[in-house]
Design a protein around this ligand. Structure first.
Ligand code: PHE
Length: 326
């Protein structure tokens, strides 16, 4: 190839190179220009002057192109559109279950209850035997699982905190114990293998069933509205006697019957009863001297009733479109 052709070719390439401002690329092109100067040496004398000028012009052009490109690159790197609004960040918020937990606790704190916490890993003794649930008792089946290492298991209810509280304190006292519990249940619209409860316990010299009713009526009205009524249905728990399941009048239809209360006008919110003498004996209390009431409610259940949530699994799916509504 003639030197003139090489010069033209290199100039075309330099002009068409977008990244000519990159030091590596610019140096490679300048290296090629330098090699053309070697060709110049081989030219006949009378052509040297003319081609020398042309090569110097090419070199200057490559340098000029590359400084201009480097400058443009710098400008491109720092330029941004500062008049556009920024990308807003989603703010986190408290999970509806913990909001319900807080609201439940707030009502009982107003009634003079203190908050007590127990461990999620419990002893068999506290979870069962001390609560008058003997080894072979059938009600244990629904609870009996998730052993960590015998005799320790994930607690199946918050009732063992009753045992811990009674051992730690002297009557009279009243506590609530919120926390996580674990059951061998498959997840469906109304079950999760892990959910939350709030336990309540009041112990003293003449704590009565009438007081239990009064406390729970106040609670129901604070949580579900001032017109709420409560209904106690006889039931059974090994650690309370007598025992009662507590319903509230449906706040959506005023107990007339609607889909939310399945047409009955009532919704079940918790289990309760008078502390069984065997439980007092297990913690060294004299059942002739002290009496007490206890109750236990599911936090998810209360939250579902209040907000008409139809599937308990929605609480644990991390779906922002669901969670954002609370
Ligand atoms: N521990 C019971 C349950 O999980 C609820 C309960 C608590 C009932 C206290 C009575 C008294 O089902």
């Amino acid at each position: 190839m003639e030197l003139q052709e090489k010069i033209d070719e290199l100039r075309r390439r330099a002009q068409a190179t977008p990244a000519i401002g990159e030091p590596a690329i610019r140096n490679r092109l300048l290296e090629e220009v330098r090699r053309l100067f070697q060709d110049l040496a081989k030219l006949p004398k009378e052509q040297k002057g003319e081609f020398g000028k042309r090569l110097n012009a090419l070199k200057a052009e490559v340098e000029e192109l590359s400084t201009r490109a480097a400058g443009e690159r710098q400008v491109a790197e720092v330029r941004f559109e500062d008049t556009l609004p920024g990308t807003p960040r989603e703010l986190g918020r408290r999970h509806p279950i913990y909001r319900a937990w807080d609201e439940i606790a707030r009502v009982f704190l107003k009634l003079g209850f203190e908050v007590e916490y127990g461990p999620e890993i419990e002893t068999e003794e506290n979870n069962f035997q001390s609560l008058n649930i003997p080894l072979e008792h059938p009600s244990r089946d629904a609870f009996d699982t998730f052993y960590v290492r015998a005799p320790h298991l994930l607690r199946s209810h918050t009732s063992p905190v009753q045992i811990r509280a009674m051992r730690r304190r002297r009557p009279p006292f009243r506590i609530i114990a919120p926390g996580k519990v674990f059951r061998p249940d498959d997840a469906d619209a109304s079950h999760l293998p892990s959910f939350h409860q709030v336990e309540g316990l009041m112990v003293g010299e003449d704590v009565s069933f009438a007081q239990l009713k009064g406390v729970l009526l106040l609670f129901a009205r604070e949580m579900f509205g001032p017109d709420t009524r409560v209904r106690f249905r006889p039931s059974f728990f090994p650690f309370t006697e007598p025992s009662a399941e507590v319903d509230i009048s449906c706040f959506l239809c005023g107990a007339k019957g609607c889909p939310a209360c399945k047409g009955s006008g009532w919704m079940e919110i918790l289990g309760s009863g008078m502390v069984h003498p065997k439980v007092f004996e297990a913690v060294g209390y004299d059942p002739e001297k002290v009496t007490g009431f206890a109750f236990g409610m599911g936090v998810e259940r209360i939250c579902m009733l209040r907000h008409n949530v139809r599937d308990i699994r929605w609480f644990v799916e991390n779906n922002f479109r669901f969670l954002r509504q609370f």
